[in-house]
Design a protein around this ligand. Structure first.
Ligand SMILES: [Zn+2]
Length: 112
């Protein structure tokens, strides 16, 4: 039984990276475990961001790139969000989506 509480292991093979989520057309839901603030980010946009910055995109590393903006604002603490997959519409400032060219490059990289 998975006790982390996220839903990334529902799928087989489990989703381990932002790339996995993007490739399978999921969006990324960030939930603050403290105040329950939720932000949904475009999976493709997030993958593109991580790819451009060359950030490791495994889920534990990805969590460290984010913190809850409300808790940061109200209480000056940085709370790492939980990461889930979702089909909800992305919220908040929009991440640029990859161009067709970059998207095809990603697919090609994982098709071999
Ligand atoms: Zn919060």
């Amino acid at each position: 039984m998975d006790r982390r509480g996220d839903n990334l292991a529902d799928e087989w093979p489990p989703l381990r990276t932002i790339t996995d989520l993007a490739l399978r057309k999921w969006h990324v839901r960030l939930t603050c475990p403290d105040c329950k603030h939720v932000r949904v980010m475009s999976g493709a946009g997030m993958w593109y961001l991580f790819d451009r910055k060359r950030w490791p995109d495994d889920i534990p590393s990805a969590r460290k790139r984010f913190y809850c903006s409300l808790c940061r604002c109200n209480r000056r603490v940085k709370i790492r969000p939980q990461i889930d997959k979702t089909h909800d519409t992305p919220t908040g400032p929009k991440l640029p989506d990859p161009s067709d060219y970059d998207w095809k490059k990603l697919i090609a990289r994982y098709r071999s």
